[in-house]
Design a binder for this molecule. Sequence first.
Ligand SMILES: Cc1ncc(COP(=O)(O)O)c(C=O)c1O
Length: 323
Amino acid sequence: MTEIPTKSPVAKSELRRAQSDTWVYFEGELCRYGDAHLGLLTHALHYGTGCFEGIRAYWSERQHRINVFRMPDHFARMSGNARMLHMELPHGVDELCDITVEVMRRNDFRTDVYIRPLVFKATEEIGIRFHNLRDGFMIVPVPFGAYVDTTGGIRCQVSSWRRIDDNVAPARSKATGIYINSALAKTEAFLNGFDEAILMTQDGHVCEGSAENLFILRRGQLITPPASENIVEGITRSVLMQFATDELGVEVVERTIDRSELYVADEVLLCGTGAEVSAVIEIDQRTIGSGSPGPLTRKLQDLYFAACKGEDDRYASWLTPIT
Ligand SMILES: Cc1ncc(COP(=O)(O)O)c(C=O)c1O
């Protein structure tokens, strides 16, 4: 008979121990990550019936503290997304911010952190639906560096997977189940030797990266697909639009983008909370612009990192300090 392996008692790595000791918010309480447990039949695990946010917090050497970036905006978006998916957040935006501050205080991190709130169908039951199931909720912080290269630029592939259409499942919702679409595209790109995937919409227009919004610079305009093109309405996207208009005097245009426009763009960039601001220097074996991060992308990166790292006091209101 095949021997069934049992859980090994070998010592966990330092990383795992650190994660296990991390303070999280789970089912209405603060507890250690290692003490929070979910049952095998948890609905969201089987059917993708959850909805998440991704929030970044940056360690500021100058201020000697961590600041959470645009936190109320993330929870406000999450609240709408949860409603869309027949779920409800257990607290209002202000309270969720307060809880997150407490989670961060307890952990006393001295590094950049990614904060993952998740609302999900927690009932341990078979049956595909949203109704008559209990909502669970967690906030889990994870020490986190760069998600993609933000220095030298990245190489992308136009994916053979189309972006989910809003009439298939709400594309803007950050529903967990929808991310199978992103995961397929990302892995396809990785296995083909690229850093990231760019997905097209069902009708063949440029949509976004696997977890990032997309901009191109063409004929002096910074162009990005509109909200109606099945994108996630990114908070980083809106920040960059504001920077381009207010700080750099660059015209921002929201319109559909053709695939071939990617190849002739002067600059292409991807942006998101995880990915931050990343220059795309090659798409489908075609060099973009000069083949290195372009001047506008560099300027947007500088403004973005200065704002989120607490180095630009004009944007201090975007930060929630952890004191
Ligand atoms: C599919 C997708 N597009 C775009 C974004 C960018 O959104 P934000 O800038 O709000 O993080 C995300 C968020 O991570 C995402 O998952």
